[in-house]
Design a protein around this ligand. Structure first.
Ligand code: ATP
Ligand code: MG
Length: 423
């Protein structure tokens, strides 16, 4: 696959987003609907011959079933297709393009605060509950298959794709050997034996929670056989025994999920989602665990409050100082100053209101206000109303506006990342 290539007569590949075990994922443009999409090209199933055709047909059949899943925490599948001819035929899957980052990228920065782990894993379980209800198992829950959106909620990817692409699923085999459905570090013992069930997804969630809380996997092994042996025979450590600062209630929850016998884990994904929303998992969290901000607040309440409210307050005071006339508010002839102060207060208000869960409306309002503030300085420089001003106050005001703009932009960027490293 190359940049600029057109798949299925309508999806123009724009940028390679990543590459996994089955093929590549591209950011693409749906030229028919003029919207961005993500296209997963399953090169594992490329090639000709009857067996290749059968495998692709099975993939399309299975993928069609999983495409029926509609849930706020499951990535929407828009379309399925095949590209190329003969030996070059490759199936592809067109999905909603999710902005944000995968939990694999999040984990590269280290462990995650318990409040965020609780929120994200509860949403993963909501997605699993809906899928299990529809008779679909995920089979490959792992960090790269979970994306965190800029608003702080999660989207689960690749539902059932592992099975759909599994050459052994209906007994026929492609030439590839050693293909395992699922990913060894997260694979439940029964799945490793070849008999996955819905509880296997819960086991994988247990491994994922362990990794998010501690920054490492429950079992560490040099290769696939090592991982599978560990899942089958070794007792996992409690997360609290490998990392500090994890509330005690997590140990029970994670060790229950990592039980070897599927029947002894949580009864189903819905029950696990409820357990993950229990306040014992996030003691001392002043903001409910459903906000992505909770993690930050529980680890560094003072620092966060200073960043959110302290700096904007200082800049507001600086704006007042930049206006030398103490009667600025009541001074009828100085409407310009009144507008300036209102615009500055609005921009700083938006900066303080930004949290990782802030929506696009607030973010856009902030940038519009930022533009208006910049325009305001520009009018001043042009000389409108400048008769009443000294050059010094124009400079002082211009500097304060520049600082406020920088503060807003910085806060926008940092809250979009929405992730914190556990202290
Ligand atoms: P596997 O093939 O086992 O699923 P993987 O999950 O690492 O392995 P892919 O599923 O191919 O690899 O995904 C590659 C990258 O593309 C991942 O980093 C994933 O986060 C990203 N990605 C996948 N689907 C989307 C999407 N709909 N929107 C945005 N990014 C996506
Ligand atoms: Mg994936």
């Amino acid at each position: 696959m190359t940049e600029g290539q057109l798949l299925g007569g309508r999806y123009r590949l724009e940028r390679l987003l990543g590459e996994g075990g089955m093929g590549q994922v591209w950011q693409a443009r749906d030229e028919a609907l003029a919207r961005p999409v993500a296209v997963k090209v399953i090169s594992l199933l490329a090639g000709g011959g009857t067996r290749g055709d059968e495998a692709r047909a099975r993939f399309l059949r299975e993928a069609r079933i999983t495409a029926g899943l509609q849930h706020a925490n499951i990535v929407t599948v828009h379309d399925l297709g095949e590209s190329g001819e003969g030996e070059n035929r490759v199936p592809f899957l067109v999905m909603e393009l999710v902005r944000g980052e995968g939990l694999d990228a999040v984990l590269r920065r280290g462990a995650v605060a318990p409040a965020l782990v609780a929120q994200w894993s509860a949403e993963i379980c909501d997605a699993l509950a809906a899928a299990h209800e529809a008779g679909i198992m995920h089979r490959d829950i792992k960090p790269s298959n979970v994306l965190v959106t800029p608003s702080g909620s999660v989207k689960v990817l690749d539902f059932g794709v592992a099975r759909a692409a599994d050459p052994s699923a209906t007994g026929d085999r492609l030439t590839r050997t050693g293909f395992i459905v699922g990913t060894p570090p997260y694979m439940a013992p029964e799945q490793a034996r070849g008999f996955p069930e819905p509880a296997s997804d819960l086991y994988a969630v247990g491994c994922l929670i362990f990794e998010l809380l501690t920054g490492r996997l429950p079992f560490q092994a040099p290769d696939t056989v090592g991982y599978l042996t560990a899942h089958l025979t070794e007792e996992p450590p409690a997360p609290g025994s490998v990392a500090a600062g994890i509330p005690a209630a997590w140990d029970d929850l994670v060790l229950t999920l990592l039980r070897k016998e599927p029947a002894r884990r949580y009864p189903d994904a819905g029950a696990l989602a409820r357990a993950l929303r229990h306040p014992d998992l996030t003691p001392g969290s002043t903001i409910p665990a459903t906000t992505a901000e909770a993690g930050r607040t529980s680890t560094a309440p003072t620092g966060e409050a200073v960043k959110r409210f302290g700096l904007p307050a200082v800049l507001l005071v600086a704006t007042l100082i930049a206006f030398p006339d103490p009667a600025w508010l009541t001074y009828a002839g100085s409407g310009f100053r009144y507008i300036s102060l209102t615009l500055m207060a609005a921009l700083l208000g938006c900066a303080s209101a930004l949290t990782p869960r802030a929506g696009n409306l607030l973010r856009t309002t902030g940038y519009v206000t930022a533009l208006l503030n910049a325009a305001n300085v520009w009018f001043l420089v042009l000389g409108i109303d400048a008769g009443r001003w000294t050059n010094d106050s124009v400079w002082a005001y211009g500097t304060v506006v520049a600082l406020a703009l920088a503060t807003y932009a910085h806060r926008d960027v940092t809250t979009r990342r929405a992730v914190t490293v556990a202290s």
